[in-house]
Design a protein around this ligand. Structure first.
Ligand SMILES: [Zn+2]
Ligand SMILES: [Zn+2]
Length: 140
């Protein structure tokens, strides 16, 4: 779907900034933070400051176009709110983050809707654990 359509479908005004931010998020494939977007813009000589990026990300998240995951380190990662969105698993020992390719709880959402009468619009969670590398160090 074209980015313009994506914005219009969500009743949100198409602006140049929103378009290039969304473009980056789609291009990146994995969830991305505002700081990472800023880094990419710098490399491409796109002039946008961090607060502008944040403001637009939050607007896009409010209309449910983006999913926001705030991780235990306080950094928020944004991704397109699609059915194949991703979650994180982070290591409580070294702090490294890994991406889980498939959302494990789509089926559960239906059950929760039935149980609560809600129409669920999203969810956010993060798994925590100990990564294979740290297991080698900790449990040898
Ligand atoms: Zn680790
Ligand atoms: Zn999910």
């Amino acid at each position: 779907m074209k980015i313009d359509d994506l914005l219009r479908k969500n009743n949100i005004r198409v602006t140049k900034n929103r378009k290039i931010i969304l473009d980056k998020i789609i291009e990146n494939n994995d969830p991305i933070s505002a700081e990472e977007i800023l880094e990419k813009f710098k490399k491409e000589k796109i002039n946008m400051d961090l607060s502008t990026i944040y403001r637009n990300l939050n607007t896009l998240e409010e209309v449910n176009l983006l999913l926001k995951n705030t991780n235990t380190d306080g950094i928020s990662y944004f991704q397109l709110n699609s059915t194949d969105h991703k979650h994180f698993i982070s290591c409580i020992s070294c702090g490294k983050k890994f991406i889980i390719e498939n959302c494990p709880i789509h089926d559960i959402e239906k059950e929760i809707e039935n149980e609560t009468g809600f129409i669920i619009k999203g969810h956010s969670f993060e798994f925590t654990g100990i990564c294979p590398e740290c297991q080698k160090k900790l449990y040898k």
